[in-house]
Design a binder for this molecule. Sequence first.
Ligand SMILES: *[C@@H]1O[C@H](CO)[C@@H](O)[C@H](O)[C@H]1NC(C)=O
Ligand SMILES: *[C@@H]1O[C@H](CO)[C@@H](O)[C@H](O)[C@H]1NC(C)=O
Length: 128
Amino acid sequence: QNQSQQLPVDLEPEFEGTIQNISSPTGREAILTCSVKNLGRYKVGWLRASDQTVLALQGRVVTHNSRISVVHEDFRTWRLRIRQLRESDRGCYMCQINASPMKKQIGCIDVQVRCVPSAHANIRAQHA
Ligand SMILES: *[C@@H]1O[C@H](CO)[C@@H](O)[C@H](O)[C@H]1NC(C)=O
Ligand SMILES: *[C@@H]1O[C@H](CO)[C@@H](O)[C@H](O)[C@H]1NC(C)=O
């Protein structure tokens, strides 16, 4: 046996499973779950895939969007939560580990736009 083969290796961070895509109507909340093992000294971030805007870094939200929060559980799970979904939230989100090379995983939210209930139209008509 060669000594160097017995030395502990530096574990690389890895994703556990894949982020599940979700489909949710406007007004509801959507949660994307990213699980990472062997994170070590690295950090996990959530970005909007379309424009690469950083939304959260570790457990901290960095975007000025009060509908967005991040929940960090079990040292390995980062959930991106978007409340009161809007049509503009539709798209893909990236869970990123700042390892070298950078690792990323994508989860997408499909926002279903509900038809405007006719009751609203009636109320508007009455107030007109
Ligand atoms: C031990 O193994 C490594 C890689 O397998 C090799 O590069 C190194 O030269 C070996 N060292 C000795 C002392 O045999
Ligand atoms: C989620 O949707 C994206 C884009 O449509 C797709 O590339 C990806 O494979 C999907 N992920 C899963 C887990 O189905």
